[in-house]
Design a protein around this ligand. Structure first.
Ligand code: ZN
Ligand code: ZN
Length: 272
């Protein structure tokens, strides 16, 4: 599609979709079969499924993760391998980290799925994930950066999902949190992701559509993503959909990429 001289990117892949296997998915329609059919109809060519799990025997899960052991993801992976879908389907999983260096996924599990999506900022899970030391923008920023760098270095992440977005109450002061970080600090953090081949997600729910999207200015996310591109990061697009109405924000993501200068050449191989 051409708009004047500028070619608007079209998104054909969504690498962040939850199914009914995630405890926070309450839509019975959100099955793999339904999602595949719906996304094919929308003109998509590829989807990446990533349900939540915690699998680290050394750290007892909280109530949310206790039933999400990862076993059902492995069963889905097995059965999906044997099913014909109308588009490319990857069965990945959204892992977790509760502190720098403490992950709910290991290499053995990673090898059994198509990709690992790693959130480094699930600070809304207050009874499990280590909380920022204080409520100051700089305190939250440093805490978030420490998690991010640890996740990016871990070798466990194929995609760093909703990166550098301290989910939960902290998002109310997101502009000030990012302002407290220098370009060099952000660039260095993104560089670690690039060096470790961990793709950076453009999360349509967090950035453009969900409740968080109203809490910060466009300049803030433009700055972070320009630095990510400059650092050589590769990008994925993910809706983080937990329900059948959640497949939104793709056009907004395409427009944002245009604004920031992210082209298909900056996309991760997962997008193709
Ligand atoms: Zn997440
Ligand atoms: Zn998710």
């Amino acid at each position: 599609m051409y708009k004047g001289d500028i070619r608007t990117m079209e998104i054909h892949t969504d690498m962040h979709i939850h199914t009914t296997l995630s405890c926070c998915c309450h839509d019975p329609e959100q099955t793999l079969e339904n999602i595949a059919a719906k996304m094919k109809e929308k003109g998509f060519r590829k989807i990446g499924i990533c349900d939540h799990f915690w699998r680290n025997p050394a750290v007892k899960p909280n109530g949310f993760y206790a039933p999400q052991t990862g076993d059902s993801i492995l069963s889905l992976k097995k059965s999906a391998d044997n099913s014909g879908f109308p588009l490319q389907v990857l069965i990945g999983a959204e892992a977790e980290m509760v502190a720098p260096g403490v992950f709910g996924v290991d290499r053995a599990f990673k090898e059994q799925v198509d990709f690992i999506a790693l959130p480094t900022d699930h600070f809304h899970i207050t009874d499990f994930v280590k909380q920022p030391p204080d409520d100051s923008p700089r305190g939250i920023a440093a805490h978030m950066l420490e998690f991010f760098i640890s996740g990016a270095k871990s070798g466990l992440a194929d995609v760093l999902v909703h990166p550098l977005l301290p989910l939960g109450k902290s998002m109310e002061q997101y502009d000030r949190i990012i302002e407290s970080l220098s370009d060099a600090e952000l660039f260095d953090a993104w560089s670690i992701a690039a060096e470790n081949h961990a793709a950076v997600e453009i999360n349509t729910a967090c950035l453009f559509c969900g409740r968080y999207a109203k809490m910060f200015s466009r300049d803030t996310i433009r700055r972070t993503h320009e630095l990510a591109k400059k650092a050589g990061c590769k990008f994925t697009i993910g809706s983080d959909s937990h329900e059948s109405g959640g497949f939104i924000g793709y056009e907004e993501a395409a427009a944002f990429c245009g604004e920031v200068g992210i082209t298909e050449a900056d996309f991760s191989p997962f997008m193709f």
